[in-house]
Design a binder for this molecule. Sequence first.
Ligand code: MN
Length: 148
Amino acid sequence: MSLEEYKKKRKFDNTTEPEGKVAKNSGNRFVVHDHYASHHHYDFRLEIEGVLKSWAIPKGVPEEAGVKRLAVQVEDHPVDYIDFQGKIPEGQYGAGEVKIFDKGTYKLVKEEPDEVGFKLDGQILKGEYVLIRTRMGNKARNWLIIKR
Ligand code: MN
C-alpha cells in the first residue's frame, strides 16, 4: 500500500487534509464523505492494510437492497482522513466542502482482486454490500457497489 498518488495530488501547505502515512495497524472502520467538489459525489472509504481504500460514488452508497451504483476507485487515502471534514480551498485538488455522511465499522466477508464483500455497521448504512470490479469501458477503476 502506498500514499504516493495521494501526496502527489496535494499541496499540504494549502490544504488542511492530513498528510499521513501508511499505518502499521489496521482497524475495521469505514467512512462515507459527502464531497461538494465541482461534481458533487460521495466518497466511500474502507480501512484496509493501513490505508483507506477509496471509491467515489456519484449517487452515494445504496441504502436499499438490490440497488447498484457506479463506484470509481480513487487513490488510497491515509487512515487519518477518516475524521476529515472541512473545506478544501479553491484551486486545490478536490476543492470544495467535505462532510462526514456516515461512519462506523465493517466486517470483511470476501476479499478478492475484483470483488470485496463486507457488512457495514454505521449510523445510517447497515447490512451486506459487495463491490465488484466491472472494467466498464476498460477502466479497471470502475466498480459497482451493490447492497445485498
Ligand atoms: Mn471526493
